[in-house]
Design a binder for this molecule. Sequence first.
Ligand SMILES: Cc1cc2nc3c(=O)[nH]c(=O)nc-3n(C[C@H](O)[C@H](O)[C@H](O)COP(=O)(O)OP(=O)(O)OC[C@H]3O[C@@H](n4cnc5c(N)ncnc54)[C@H](O)[C@@H]3O)c2cc1C
Length: 381
Amino acid sequence: MICHHSRILIVGAGIAGLATYLALKLKGLNADIIEKHSQLSSEALGLLLTSNAVEASKELGIYAQLKEQAFIVNSIQYRDEKNRLLMDFSKNKHFPESAEFLSVHKAQILNSLADWLPENAIQFNLAIAEIKTKSQTTQVTFTNGERKDYDLVIAADGINSYVRQEFFKQSSLVDSGLYCTQLILPKPVTMLQANYFIGKGRAASLLPIDNNLLYCPFVFNQSLIKEHKQALPLINQLFGHFKGKLADVLRRIDSNSQLSPITPYKSLNMNSWVHHNTVLIGNAAHTLIPTQPQGAAIALEDSVVLADCLANCDNVPSALNSYQVRRFSRVKSVQMAGEQRLKAIQLSRSKVGQILVRNMMKFNGERRLKKDWAKLILAPA
Ligand SMILES: Cc1cc2nc3c(=O)[nH]c(=O)nc-3n(C[C@H](O)[C@H](O)[C@H](O)COP(=O)(O)OP(=O)(O)OC[C@H]3O[C@@H](n4cnc5c(N)ncnc54)[C@H](O)[C@@H]3O)c2cc1C
């Protein structure tokens, strides 16, 4: 196959970039990989990996390592501000046959992937200074002044992708109206399942990510950011009246806690991820709302499918075409499911909307979530 002789560049050593490097290596393909920072991200981010992500981790050969460190999520309890149970979603009841749901620190996935890469494979502190399409190849000038021609550039450089901005001028990030802040705390020993709390235009989760750590993201509508622009006073104002486990956790957050800055969630919908011999993957190609939770899952799937297409096609353009055909409707359907969740959070801003969402979750939530997740976790990548 011609692709086996291709010179390939992966831009970005996040989940999408590292997974792609590994997936290519498993198919006998080599690539260069660059990362603009001096090390892998140590962002305080916890990730829930649903069965589709876990299946992808098996294909990449990192499943055993991930599972060893991860928390196994058997149940997700959804509660309202007064701590009343709206639904208790049992993974084993609804998806007994599918792979488990795991929750992990983002750094654990990155390290599990990076452990399989040859030493010094990732070129840190290196970015692209200029990128140009030539007739058959793409010419890349790096920030260290070096210049190279590539048969394929895989842009895994995240939501603010430089490559996307250079080659896909018409694409733009759109404000979703949702903001979030998050932190990781020591896990109380009594916290044995995942908890989601839904309030008026706001939501929070308490997600154990191993035996010792608890990941706590807080998500809220932009209209709620009025008096406080700093994360700590804002979450106290927005979530201070919540009861139960969330109240216990809030009491432990103070000015010494490492709350992340308040960040807007931006959405990106593109009609194509391919430009000549460049392809966008992961967050560079598509965004998914953080509460969904599918961004890392879809990035892992992207990498497995892209490597498969490259290993089985005669040339780069046909491989990229095949990749786009295989991935497009899948990603769109996941994004559409995310839009529904976004609408529910937006609807819950008003008193009436909040009652509607609450009742919908209480009386129909389990059935809807099962239907939603069945599409996500049982569909082929
Ligand atoms: C609050 C929150 C909660 C989330 N929860 C979940 C969840 O529970 N489950 C889930 O599946 N997903 C979740 N996600 C989504 C998930 O984190 C992302 O979708 C996933 O990490 C994206 O990976 P990526 O590799 O595409 O991008 P990134 O992680 O952004 O990686 C891009 C990499 O490229 C590097 N880079 C950027 N520009 C350049 C350049 N020019 N040159 C070289 N390198 C460059 C960056 O430094 C970075 O290392 C969540 C996201 C957020 C924000």
